[in-house]
Design a protein around this ligand. Structure first.
Ligand SMILES: NC(=O)c1ccc[n+]([C@@H]2O[C@H](COP(=O)([O-])OP(=O)(O)OC[C@H]3O[C@@H](n4cnc5c(N)ncnc54)[C@H](OP(=O)(O)O)[C@@H]3O)[C@@H](O)[C@H]2O)c1
Length: 284
């Protein structure tokens, strides 16, 4: 809990908002401990907001929010980093399945540092690193005030860019690996869009579980470097779409890799057909 010691207060130094109260309650030289009065209000916050849906560069603007009073269970967090996820753009465009109420502050995840606490908050301290989990709208602002139940403490040693983006893509990858098939070590999965952040998380999570990953990327300049990078992450095989223009894609599977038991598509069209062509026949 944040507290300050007010020592030997003398009338001229008491904030004007407290002066009347102190005249009634405090002997001039009383020593006591109270919650920091400055923690009851958030600082002013600078935010990226939008009040209509549309292209982000035309509908977003920066505003200054006045300080807000913290409720008993609120935690005011000073945001340290918040990513621009593709779905943040979709939300602003109004094309995401969930349309935020307008006006809305942008951003859906991020990492921040505990700044000040409501009077009954016990589990957080100023300086703690926290993330909103589940993610919550409004992270594109300098100070966010939300109920303590929104925040989860995380390890401060984590690279800040990982901390800021851990809730959406890595957890999506985890759920995708866990929820659709009972995979075990030695099984294989296939995915397109393997360079996506979700795809890279799938590769690493699969590797950790001993699951082989077959990865499809689009043809592009520098695809050899991309293959090398994904292989370093733990990809077992990486193919460009054009490499899979063969009669039987399964003939390209390495000897120790079984036909995939699960496939992930984030592209559509031909790239989705390629995922299907790798799958075990009974899954078609
Ligand atoms: N439901 C959920 O909760 C949830 C949460 C997170 C993500 N997702 C979904 O997961 C997927 C990945 O998200 P992300 O944020 O990780 O994506 P991302 O990092 O923005 O990556 C986009 C991927 O799409 C590929 N791509 C784009 N256009 C392509 C095309 N015409 N042909 C082939 N590949 C193409 C890119 O390849 P290059 O590298 O070659 O550009 C890249 O691999 C998306 O479909 C997203 O909607 C869902």
């Amino acid at each position: 809990m944040a507290s300050v010691r007010l020592v030997a207060l003398k009338a001229p130094y008491i904030p004007s908002s407290l002066r009347n109260l102190s005249n009634f309650l405090l002997p001039r030289t009383h020593v006591f401990t109270v919650r920091d009065f400055s923690t009851a209000m958030s600082p002013p916050s600078t935010a990226v907001i939008y009040d209509q849906y549309g292209p982000p560069d035309s509908v977003t603007r920066i505003v200054e929010f006045s300080p807000v009073e913290l409720k008993e269970t609120d935690v005011c967090v000073k945001m340290l980093a918040a990513p621009i996820n593709p779905s943040d753009i979709n939300r602003i465009e109004g094309v995401y399945p969930v349309r935020p109420q307008l006006p809305s502050v942008g951003g859906y995840e991020g990492v921040g540092e505990g700044h000040s606490l409501g009077s009954s908050v016990k589990d957080f301290s100023p300086g703690d690193w926290v993330i909103p989990s589940p993610p919550t709208s409004g992270t594109w602002q300098t100070y966010v005030v939300k109920d303590q139940s929104v925040w989860h403490k995380i390890d401060k040693g984590m690279p800040i860019e990982y901390a800021a983006s851990i809730t959406v893509n890595p957890l999506t990858a985890l759920k995708m690996l866990e929820d659709f098939a009972s995979l075990k070590a030695g099984d294989a999965i296939v995915q397109n869009g393997a360079t996506s952040i979700v795809g890279q998380c799938i590769i690493q999570l699969a590797r950790n579980q001993g699951i082989h990953s077959i990865n499809i990327i689009r043809d592009r300049a520098g695809s050899d470097e991309v293959k090398e990078k994904l292989t370093k992450l733990g990809a077992n095989q990486v193919f460009t779409e054009s490499q899979l223009e063969v009669k039987n894609v399964k003939a390209l599977l390495a000897d120790d890799i079984p036909e995939p038991a699960l496939g992930f598509n984030c592209v559509g069209g031909n790239a989705a057909s390629l995922v299907l062509k790798f799958l075990r026949e009974e899954l078609w």
